[in-house]
Design a protein around this ligand. Structure first.
Ligand SMILES: Cc1cc2nc3c(=O)[nH]c(=O)nc-3n(C[C@H](O)[C@H](O)[C@H](O)COP(=O)(O)OP(=O)(O)OC[C@H]3O[C@@H](n4cnc5c(N)ncnc54)[C@H](O)[C@@H]3O)c2cc1C
Ligand code: FES
Ligand code: FES
Length: 501
């Protein structure tokens, strides 16, 4: 297959693209080059969901049914979709023989649309859910699951209740499903074994297929941008108007997407999607389920990677406090060899990491779960869904005979980097886990951080919030009468009432 031609299955039709700036977004191409204007541009930064489309790709074992998942077309570079299928809202009627698809009909029947601007995006998120539920053999979804699937879609006029009702109603009509066998055959025909490597007006996009090839490229082009899911980088281009000349895409390196058991714990390849990485993390540590739910939205989690979150190294990146609390290590690789660091040591200063110009983040490794460990990670933001943290905390300690061992506490949003609260940990180590230990730890926390005032939160709020989260951790994990999550969780009453967020 021509290594300079991008091939995509667009709404069932194979399309070849050769003349393209490497940072062209899927959204710009759909609307500009293909006239598919059902996919809307709202925010152009992954927040509103108006541009939601569904991507289809071969499973890791191509004999299995292909995967389908929603993404934001506005922050997805088209070139990363080489060999994949893209389904737009225009395609849905063809699945229903020209009539409205059950998802669309339910949106009409439940009055799920007013001005209609958000409607294609909601419809595609619902369609991804519809296909997923059917693939799981469960032709239904409860309101909580529907709300979760729609966490990345905003509507300014209808209100969400009718849309959630449409999400329930769409399963009532006779099912209209995508033929995944046909999709698989079409994707196999697009599959390439060589490296996509194309240039355009001084720009270059390369998608190596092995770790060795990736490391060799990184070594030859240390100034190039490593591109994983693009959910940070897409904003550099769309909002920061940055010109990126050479992009090296990590997403086609199968070994980098792998998530495997490792020394009793877990090794998560840097290019594993946030969806896949959180699924594995939550299987091992069910306490992280709420953090997963609050990390971005399904389309962002489907595209973004855990390696990208860790490598980007934002002080308000949400995975790091929990990973540091768990004792995660980051594996760095280059043509010179490999090294591994405690994750907290990877962050040197604001957006500065212990990463040489020729190195990549290869994996994140987690130690085995400790049976006596108590673990929590919570994020505080102004909105429940898809918002940026003011403070994010990761707490872990082992309780042996009521005493605290190996406390590991890390915060995001409290310093220039995600950081451990070492004075707080020292105040806790070896003590019984009681009110006195909590008070000593809260006092020590004052010395651990000098947080910033910014538009998200004042320094005073951050301090009080961090101390409050520590108290919540105590209430849920103290040996004497620990509280259940529902007793400390502000959203619990709404959940019980089945209300919105
Ligand atoms: C709407 C929206 C909501 C978001 N919500 C959240 C949120 O709730 N919490 C949160 O923490 N983040 C959030 N983000 C940020 C983003 O989704 C995450 O940081 C994500 O994990 C980035 O992964 P990526 O694969 O998209 O990285 P990319 O954008 O591809 O890359 C990010 C950075 O990491 C570098 N990089 C990527 N892979 C490697 C590697 N293997 N080795 C070395 N460097 C590498 C890139 O060069 C770049 O500097 C949000 C983003 C959007 C658009
Ligand atoms: S246009 Fe808003 S998420 Fe893409
Ligand atoms: S119907 Fe107008 S924004 Fe949702």
């Amino acid at each position: 297959m021509d290594s300079q031609t991008i091939r995509i299955l667009l709404d069932g039709e194979a399309v070849s693209i050769t003349d393209l700036a490497p940072t062209t977004s899927l959204l710009a191409w759909l609307r500009g080059a293909r006239g598919l204007v059902g996919t809307k541009e709202g925010c152009n930064e992954g927040d509103c969901g108006a541009c939601t489309v569904v991507v289809g790709e071969l499973a890791d074992d191509p004999a299995d049914a292909p995967r389908l998942y929603a993404v934001n077309a506005c922050i997805r570079f088209l070139a990363t979709l080489d060999g994949k299928a893209v389904f737009t809202v225009e395609h849905l009627r063809s699945l229903a023989g020209g009539a409205l698809h059950p998802v669309q009909q339910a949106m009409v029947d439940c009055h799920g649309s007013q001005c209609g601007f958000c409607t294609p995006g909601f419809t595609m998120s619902l369609w991804a859910l519809y296909e997923d539920r059917h693939a799981q053999g469960e032709a239904a979804a409860d309101p909580a699951r529907i709300r979760s699937a729609l966490a990345g879609n905003l509507c300014r006029c209808t209100g969400y209740r009718p849309i959630v009702e449409a999400g329930e109603r769409m399963f009532d009509a006779p099912s209209r499903l995508l033929d995944r066998d046909r999709l698989r055959t079409a994707l196999l025909a697009l599959r390439r074994d060589d490296t996509l490597d194309f240039g355009h007006e001084g720009g270059r996009f390369v998608a190596p297929r092995s770790v060795d090839e990736l490391l060799a490229l990184r070594s030859r082009h240390p100034a190039a941008t490593l591109l994983a899911g693009g959910t940070d980088i897409g904003l550099w281009v769309n909002k920061g108007l940055r010109r990126l000349d050479t992009l090296i895409h990590t997403g086609e390196v199968a070994a980098l997407r792998a998530i495997v058991p490792h020394a009793g714990g877990l090794r998560i390849g840097a290019a594993a999607s946030l969806t896949a990485a959180f699924a594995a993390l939550v299987r091992l540590h069910p306490e992280l389920a709420e953090l997963r739910e609050r990390f971005a939205s399904p389309p962002v989690r489907n595209a973004g990677t855990l390696g990208g979150n860790v490598a980007n190294g934002s002080p308000i990146g949400d995975s790091m406090p929990a990973l540091i609390a768990l004792g995660a290590r980051v594996v760095l690789a280059s043509v010179r060899g490999r090294r591994s660091l405690a994750l907290e040591d990877f962050y040197l200063d604001y957006m500065k990491k212990d990463l040489a110009a020729d190195e990549i983040v290869e994996a994140i490794e987690l130690p085995p779960p400790a049976p006596a460990r108590r673990l929590r990670s919570w994020k505080l933001a102004k909105r429940f869904d898809s918002d940026i943290s003011a403070v994010c905390a990761g707490f872990a300690l082992e309780l042996r005979a009521g005493r605290i061992h190996a406390p590991r506490i890390a915060f995001g949003g409290m310093a220039a980097t995600p950081r451990r609260a070492t004075a707080t940990e020292a105040a806790l180590a070896g003590r019984p886990w009681d009110e006195a230990a909590l008070a000593a730890a809260q006092c020590a926390l004052e010395h651990d951080f000098a947080p910033l005032d910014d538009l998200r939160a004042s320094a005073g709020y951050r301090r009080r919030a961090a101390a409050g989260l520590l108290a919540r951790f105590f209430l849920e994990t103290r040996p004497d009468a620990p509280l259940a999550a529902a007793q400390t969780r502000a959203f619990a009453a709404e959940d019980l009432a089945g209300g919105g967020r």
